[in-house]
Write a new protein. Structure first.
Length: 107
């Protein structure tokens, strides 16, 4: 995980972030390593494409966004209950909580 993500997660854990509403799941965030750096793990297995990537902040699974036809990041949440994801795209800094439907930005 690069330093940008580590810093953002540190801020989220200490409450130094901006949120649309309160998120009850920030304390679930783990220091994860991406399951792959090549793309959406499931799309790679089936030879399909993705639009943007998301990183699960509980286990490190890399999945494709909801603009991708397979929506693997959301499917991972539904299968596991892992609510916290971040963008796995260069230059994007945010965290999304699926359960609370809250966007979190570093302040």
């Amino acid at each position: 995980m690069n330093e940008l993500y580590k810093e953002m997660i540190k801020k989220a854990r200490t409450g130094k972030v901006e949120m649309e509403e309160d998120c009850q799941h920030i304390d679930m965030i783990q220091d994860v390593s991406p399951s792959t750096t090549e793309g959406c793990e499931e799309c790679l297995k089936i030879g399909d494409e993705w639009v943007h990537l998301r990183l699960c902040l509980l286990c490190g699974k890399v999945g494709c966004c909801n603009n991708s036809k397979n929506k693997h990041a959301t499917a991972h949440f539904k299968e596991t209950g892992h609510a916290m994801v971040t963008s796995f795209e260069p230059g994007e800094e945010w965290i999304w909580c699926y359960t609370d439907e809250v966007m979190i930005w570093p302040s």
